[in-house]
Design a protein around this ligand. Structure first.
Ligand SMILES: [Zn+2]
Length: 139
C-alpha cells in the first residue's frame, strides 16, 4: 500500500500518519515472513533506540483497525502481523515457527459463499494452517 493510501485510510478514521506508525510500517515491509509485535519492535528499535514496545503495539493496533495491516494468531504463538490485507492462507511450522504464504488458495471465495448462504456481513475471516516445514521434516 502506498503512503498516500495509508494516509487516507488513517484520515478516514480520524488518525494521522505519525512517525511511529510510519516506522512500524517500514519495519513490517523489512521483516521477513509474518513478524510478531516484538519482531517489529526490534526492527524499529534499530533506528529509533528510544521507542517503547507499547508504542509499537499501539501503532499496530491502529494500523490494523484502519485496514492497513492484517493479523493472524496461531495457538502457542504471538499474533503475527502482515502488510498483505487481502484474504490469503498462511501456514506456520509447528517446530520452528516459520510462517509462509500458501499460493493458489482463493479465500475470497469462502467469504462469498458465507455472504450467499448466511445473512451475515463478514468483517473478519482468518484461517490458520499448521505443518512441518521442509527443514524441520528433515531433522
Ligand atoms: Zn520449521
Amino acid at each position: 500500500m502506498l503512503v498516500p493510501d495509508v494516509r487516507e485510510k488513517l484520515r478516514r478514521s480520524g488518525y494521522t500518519l505519525t512517525s511511529q506508525r510510519r516506522a512500524v510500517l517500514e519495519a513490517l515491509s523489512k521483516a521477513k515472513g509474518h513478524p510478531s509485535a516484538e519482531d517489529v519492535y526490534l526492527i524499529v528499535k534499530r533506528e529509533n533506540p528510544r521507542v517503547a514496545l507499547g508504542t509499537v503495539y499501539q501503532a499496530l493496533s491502529v494500523l490494523e483497525e484502519v485496514g492497513v495491516v492484517g493479523s493472524k494468531h496461531w495457538a502457542e504463538s504471538p499474533t503475527r502481523y502482515d502488510l498483505n490485507v487481502e484474504p490469503h492462507l498462511d501456514i506456520r511450522c509447528i517446530r520452528c515457527g516459520e510462517v509462509s504464504e500458501v499460493p493458489g488458495v482463493a479465500l475470497g471465495g469462502v467469504e462469498e459463499i458465507i455472504r450467499n448462504n448466511t445473512p451475515y456481513r463478514v468483517t473478519r475471516a482468518t484461517m490458520v494452517v499448521e505443518g512441518l516445514c521442509p527443514a524441520c521434516t528433515d531433522s
